[in-house]
Design a protein around this ligand. Structure first.
Ligand code: F3S
Length: 417
């Protein structure tokens, strides 16, 4: 790998032991993948933020103790818990203590305490073509595909190294040639009116991700105007059912004005279709287990936006959640502050909804709650629910979630009219 004089000095320890260690890890990674050089990044989104094992805490603390400081603006993915309202989430003392250690280490190194998995909704949003280093699968897919900034799918620990060094090896999706689609996926027979609602987007993302796998693929036949939140749901689902780091929606996303521009070799590549039968099959598979009476309704995977809270408020229409059902929404501190400043938060909470910040909807303390069955509007949540929480799950649109919570029994409308 070719290194600049400054990079060689960093590798040799000129900027301290934390930077030396970070550069050595990045250098090894670059050599492993055949990168020719390092490139600077303008910002980092760290994924290794929720406590799962002690190794993550110890690595962050080790870097901070070595004097590591983030050299570019660095944001944080969710913690395992709501760091501001741990008692409301019934967080046990041990988990709180580990989460605080991670928090302290990252803040000591200079992180911005965003604690959100939708960093593209606020603050430091990169521009088209900007080279960044982001972790968190939904955020990576979104920033590459919808914004057109460039990041590889960074693993835990590597993101911390990138933040300290301000550099990454030039590989993968940082490079022009790797951003072209190797597969064309076309909607066949999907009626236009299904796009009037939002429920289709996570399901389509789920099917798209299964077909794309770890390849860049392009989707043809989508409406020209798609809301930011619907693209968010699509990205999260595609990145969970496949290893999608970049997708193109022809005529919608910025690197896909037309087929010829976004496909490798100008258009000759394998093609697949998505049909209504495949979508129905995916909807059926997103339900796991046999439950039809959810005792937890959970939204905000990825974190809810202000617009999504507005929709939730309209659907609730001041009606109360049935006793015995927990209704949770996860969001960022910034969105929380915005809905708190208007009447939105008070109205929603008045219906019995609990709003949490900082945390991940899949990582709540299971031992403190005895849920049997969850319902969510997120295909990513539904896809991971059983393996992460052990309870059954039902997938439905946000309207279905609200009607179920108010009625106290499952209410779900068909996807097709
Ligand atoms: Fe965010 Fe956790 Fe879902 S990090 S995208 S709420 S799985």
């Amino acid at each position: 790998m070719r290194l600049s004089a400054a990079e060689k000095r960093m590798l040799g320890g000129e900027k301290g032991p934390a930077c030396e260690l970070a550069m050595n890890i990045l250098h090894d990674l670059g050599r492993l993948y055949g990168a020719r050089r390092m490139i600077p990044v303008t910002q980092v989104h760290i994924d290794m933020t929720l406590y799962m094992v002690d190794a993550g805490v110890e690595f962050a603390e080790h870097m901070a103790d070595l004097g590591g400081r983030f050299s570019v603006p660095t944001q944080l993915n969710p913690a395992a818990i709501d760091l501001i309202r741990p008692e409301k989430l019934r967080v046990p003392r041990g988990l709180l203590e580990k989460s605080r250690r991670l928090e302290n280490a990252y803040l000591k190194m200079g992180a911005v305490p965003t604690w959100t998995c939708a960093p593209y909704q606020q603050g430091l949003i990169p521009s088209f073509g900007e080279q960044v280093a982001w972790g968190e699968s939904n955020a990576v897919a979104f920033v590459n595909s919808v914004i057109g900034a460039r990041t590889e799918r960074y693993a835990d620990l590597v993101d911390v190294c990138a933040a300290i060094a301000g550099r990454v090896p030039e590989l993968g999706l940082h490079i022009d040639a790797n951003r072209k689609a190797e597969r064309l996926i076309e909607l066949k027979g999907v009626p236009d009116d299904v796009f009037e609602g939002s429920r289709i987007f996570p399901v389509l993302g789920f099917v798209f991700g299964e077909i794309a796998g770890d390849r860049v693929a392009a989707l043809k036949g989508m409406p020209e105007r798609i809301a930011w939140d619907d693209l968010k749901a699509f990205s999260a689902a595609a990145a969970s059912s496949g290893a999608v780091g970049l997708f193109h929606i022809i005529g919608v996303t910025p690197e896909a004005p037309d087929e010829k521009t976004c496909l490798k070799g100008g258009g000759r590549c394998p093609a697949s279709v998505i049909t209504p039968d495949m979508i129905d099959d995916a909807v059926a598979r997103l339900d796991q287990g046999n439950c039809n009476a959810p005792d937890l309704i959970t939204l905000g995977c990825p974190h809810y936006s202000v617009e999504e809270f507005r929709i939730l408020d309209r659907l609730l229409d001041s009606r109360k959640i049935t006793a015995g059902i927990e209704f949770w929404v996860f969001t960022s501190r910034k969105t929380y502050a915005e809905i708190e400043a208007s009447d939105l938060l008070a109205r929603i909470e008045g219906c019995g909804v609990k709003v949490f910040t900082d945390g991940c909807s899949l990582q709540y303390p299971k031992e403190s709650w005895e849920f049997r069955c969850a319902m969510s509007d997120s295909a990513k949540y539904a896809n991971y629910c059983f393996s992460q929480t052990g309870h059954d799950v039902i997938f439905g649109g946000v309207r279905d979630c609200v009607e179920t919570a108010v009625a106290g029994q499952l209410r779900r409308t068909p996807l097709w009219k």
